[in-house]
Structures are given as structure tokens and as C-alpha cells.
Design a protein around this ligand. Structure first.
Ligand SMILES: [Zn+2]
Length: 207
């Protein structure tokens, strides 16, 4: 997977002032201040004084995924598996992402499976992979594909299956105001793509 060209908050804050893409922390806070005014409130009242600084700090956490290389997470693999040859499934990973159209939360669950060839990866790394791509501005389709393709490209298993089920708050709290509606996306590679029996087993296991 080609790393994203977007700069991380850390890079932005530390890059030199002459770089025209540089956004200082103060400028970012000013933008939040303007949004508060745009919403109709007074950024100088007591309760809101520290809000721009807090929002910028929250952004560092919410968008920390730009700071990490997904391929690096999967770089350590193990071959001593005593002939284990069935699928490995991480079921029900909590997913917190942000839609790139409204910057509203996307909250849901991811299921990640792969059929090992000769190598396996630490289970927690699969959850980290989900997290790194989630902590970016996303659409669910792209998020699903990125997770599956990276796992496929780096680990080179026999196949990968990823399914995400999530609620988009840009749809539940604004716009069409549809509540309790989940969007479901899935992506299969290799044997999961060609073997419908395996696909069905995956769907059965994730319920
Ligand atoms: Zn949206």
C-alpha cells in the first residue's frame, strides 16, 4: 500500500514555517474559534475559552492514523504454527472512524479474517491495522478495502476477508436523520473471493 501523502498532525506542527502547507497549532485553534462563532456562540465566554485548544488536541487523537505506517504494523510474522492451516478470525473489533464528507463519527464493528499460507501475524496487529486506517478521514468502502488489501499485500496469505458494519452519524444526526441503520461493507481476496463455501463460513462465524 502506498503511504498516504497527507501530513500527520505531528509533521504539520513540526515542519518548517516556510513550507506553505504548514498549519500552526495556533492557526488550527483559530479555525475552531471561527467555527464556534459560525455556530452562533461566543468563543470568549468562559466555557468555550479553552475549547479550540481541546478540539485541536482531540484531533491529534482522532486522526492519529496519519502518523502510522500500516505495513510496518504487520512486519513481524511467525512461521512456527505447527501446521495450523485454518482461517484466523478477529471478530468484533470496535471501530471508530470519521466520515470524510462531514467529519462526523462512524461507529461500528470490524471483522478481519485471513487464511494463512506459511506465516501468521500477532492477533493484536489486526486490531491495530483496523485502528490505523480508522483514525483518518474515511468512507466505509475505502476503509474496508484498505484493511483487506494491506493484509493481503504484506502478509501474503491465501486469502483475506474483511467485513465492517457501522452507523454513520452524519446520517443519524443530520441530513436524513435515519437512526439504527447500519452500513455493511465487505471485501474478499484470494481463496475467500473464489471459494463461496469459505465466504459463507466467514459470514456464519461473524454472525
Ligand atoms: Zn458523512
Amino acid at each position: 500500500m502506498a503511504p498516504t501523502a497527507l501530513k500527520t498532525p505531528a509533521q504539520i506542527y513540526s515542519s518548517n514555517e516556510n513550507d506553505e502547507s504548514h498549519v500552526s497549532r495556533a492557526e488550527a485553534e483559530l479555525s475552531v474559534r471561527q467555527l464556534i462563532r459560525w455556530a452562533g456562540d461566543n468563543p470568549d465566554r468562559e466555557g468555550l475559552l479553552e475549547t479550540p485548544a481541546r478540539v485541536v488536541k482531540a484531533f491529534e487523537e482522532w486522526f492519529s492514523g496519519y502518523n502510522q505506517d500500516p505495513a510496518e504494523i504487520l512486519s513481524k510474522t511467525f512461521e512456527e504454527v505447527e501446521g495450523y492451516n485454518d482461517l484466523v478470525l478477529l471478530r468484533g473489533v470496535r471501530l471508530e472512524s470519521y466520515c470524510e464528507h462531514h467529519m462526523a463519527p462512524i461507529i461500528g464493528t470490524a471483522h478481519v479474517a485471513y487464511q494463512p499460507d506459511s506465516r501468521v501475524v500477532g492477533i493484536s496487529k489486526l486490531a491495530r491495522l483496523v485502528e490505523v486506517y480508522s483514525k483518518r478521514l474515511q468512507i466505509q468502502e475505502k476503509l474496508t478495502t484498505q484493511i483487506a488489501n494491506t493484509l493481503d499485500a504484506v502478509l501474503k496469505p491465501k486469502g483475506v476477508a474483511v467485513m465492517i458494519s457501522a452507523e454513520h452519524q452524519c446520517m443519524s444526526t443530520r441530513g436524513v436523520h435515519k437512526h439504527d441503520v447500519d452500513t455493511i461493507t465487505s471485501r474478499f481476496t484470494g481463496c475467500f473471493e473464489t471459494d463461496t463455501g469459505l465466504q459463507n463460513r466467514f459470514f456464519q462465524l461473524v454472525g
